[in-house]
Design a protein around this ligand. Structure first.
Ligand code: MLC
Ligand code: AMP
Length: 496
């Protein structure tokens, strides 16, 4: 039996999900997921790693479906609810999805399914009276999930996680951060990325804790429940802490004191997915008395480095390797960095590291060293024992609001516009978002292209978080002596 199922059996009487007056126990989640698994199987003994994509709101439906796919031997492919048709089609085609589950699919998903030849249906109906058939034995090394993540190579790639990877991620976080059955946590991060899927939803359910799901980051509703003392653990990206600080600074003294007091009483507050600026770290502590625990991770490897639960949580630092993880720094010449204060690429080995990009052996091979270490593309130094992230090797990777974006992917979309001759996309530093996407565009001669038209066009082509927020129209892109576009210099143009 997969370990998460055994753990849920052990917690069967506990509450897994709370929503208003509604409660779902672990026993209820197990029954519902067994019923879904049974329906998905039909007459087949095992889904044999069929990829099943789904777009379901956060909460018990999402968890029951994810568990149902896993218990039937399938591979879960969570979709982005804000994705454009072209992005969804890329995921369905790349992952070879023929079945999609969604209660209320929008036009983008319907069109993508039609184009990919995938059958779309709602959640299988649930009744405790319908007998559940025998479910297959699913071994831990089998594939469990494919999450699409942007690399430096244009379109997103599907990072595969096995059941063993997921179990190692969740038990590592349980060990490092002390997740326990009496924890309670809000879930407002998107459920097509590992931060929301594994760190929040997965870990909470692994521990037998209680999850309260929101339809995205609804700040007022989240703060209301924080004030009511609903949570013990809170996990978010830096942008959310920036937004929360602004909200707290804006409110009256009495309410601010009540909410800050409630944050202060939480057992643990974590920040990750992007660099937490020291100013935000310090301001959060000034306001709430909580010292945020910053950690570092990546879709392909889960969590690799973390400040400690007990001990020094250092501002601007991501701490030490997570349980079971090996981390090394390698310099540009390929030599291991042994000393302190010398930068090197973070390379990682351990039980949470993914086996492959789906159906993409060349990208998989390129992402590992000959001796089996995963190359993160992030650069760090060791300072007084702790790791500190310095940045990324590639300017073509942008982190905005915690989302990893490929500049090349966005450039590829912009170049589909008939009036654009050339473009360069880059991330501009931003206090709230970490980076914002900016595009330098060379219109075709006499095209008469204006920013408003281009923005409207981008809204149809890309998820909201990928869309350029700033445009600059130029007659030509800056190039070096070899004729190659020089991106970092393009920043100067925006300041001019
Ligand atoms: C939205 N807006 C942006 C933007 N996104 N502006 C600039 N840059 C962006 N990236 C604008 C919108 O157009 C809108 O403008 C306004 O901001 C509010 O938009 P919103 O969509 O309502 O924002 P909000 O819901 O508040 O979203 C912010 C957020 C979200 C931080 C909650 O971006 C988010 O959930 N990020 C988390 C991503 C994540 O989970 N990453 C983990 C990847 S895994 P206007 O003008 O209309 O008001 C990973 C591994 C690891 O990284 O280590 O964890
Ligand atoms: P993703 O591919 O969406 O999983 O994003 C992973 C990337 O997020 C990493 O490669 C880092 O660049 C970045 N990241 C995650 N956590 C941190 C952190 N604490 N500080 C700086 N960057 C981070």
């Amino acid at each position: 039996m997969l370990e998460f199922v055994q753990r849920a059996v052990n917690h069967s009487g506990r509450i897994a999900f709370r929503a208003g007056d509604r409660r779902t126990t672990y026993a209820g989640l197990l029954d519902r997921s067994a019923s879904i698994a049974s329906s998905l199987l039909g007459a087949a003994p095992d889904l044999a790693e069929e990829r099943i994509a789904f777009l379901v709101p956060a909460g018990e439906d999402y968890a029951a479906l994810q568990w149902g796919i896993w218990r039937a031997g399938g591979v879960a492919v969570p979709l982005n609810r804000g994705a454009a048709m072209g992005e969804l089609l890329h995921v369905l085609r790349t992952a070879g999805v023929s079945r999609v589950i969604s209660e209320a699919p929008g036009d983008a998903l319907l069109e993508a399914c039609a184009a990919a030849g995938a059958v779309i249906s709602g959640l299988p109906p649930y009744s405790i009276d319908v007998p559940v058939r025998a479910l297959p034995e699913v071994a831990a090394p089998r594939r469990a999930m494919i999450v699409f993540t942007s690399g430096t190579t244009s379109k997103p790639k599907g990072a595969v996680a096995t059941h063993a990877n997921l179990a190692a991620m969740m038990s590592g976080m349980e060990q490092a951060w002390g997740w326990r059955a009496d924890d309670s946590t809000p879930l407002f991060l998107p459920l097509h990325h590992v931060h929301g899927i594994v760190n929040v939803l997965g870990c909470a359910l692994w521990a037998g804790a209680c999850v309260e799901a929101f339809d995205g980051f609804r700040q007022d509703a989240v703060l209301q429940r924080v004030e009511e003392g609903a949570y013990t653990v809170f996990m978010a990206v830096p942008t959310i802490y920036v937004k929360l600080i602004a909200a707290l600074e804006d409110m009256g003294n009495e309410r601010r004191a009540a909410i800050c007091g409630a944050f202060a009483r939480m057992r643990l507050m974590v920040s990750g997915s992007a660099a937490l600026p020291a100013t935000v770290h310090l301001r959060w502590e000034e306001l709430t008395g909580q010292r945020l625990l910053e950690r570092y991770g990546m879709t392909e490897i889960g969590m690799a480095l973390s400040n400690p639960l007990v001990g020094e949580r250092r501002s601007g630092s991501v701490g030490l390797p997570m349980p079971g993880m090996e981390v090394r720094l390698v310099d540009e010449a390929g030599a291991g960095v042994t000393g302190e204060d010398q930068p090197g690429e973070i390379q990682v080995r351990g039980p949470t590291v993914f086996p492959e990009y789906w159906n993409n052996p060349s990208a998989t091979a390129a992402s590992f060293t000959a001796d089996g270490w995963f190359r993160t593309g992030d650069v760090a130094v060791r300072e007084r024992g702790y790791y500190r992230i310095m940045g990324r090797q590639s300017v073509d990777i942008i982190k905005s609001g915690g989302y990893k974006l490929s500049a090349l992917e966005i450039e590829g979309v912009l170049l589909e516009h008939p009036q654009i001759a050339e473009c360069a996309v880059l991330g501009l530093p931003d206090v709230t978002w970490g980076e914002v996407v900016a595009a330098v565009v060379v219109p075709r001669e006499d095209a008469g292209l204006d920013e408003g038209t281009l923005r409207t066009w981008c809204e149809k082509q890309m998820s909201s978080y990928k869309q350029p927020r700033r445009f600059l129209f130029v007659p030509a892109l800056p190039r070096n002596a070899m004729g190659k576009v020089v991106k970092p210099d393009v920043r100067v143009l925006f300041d001019a």
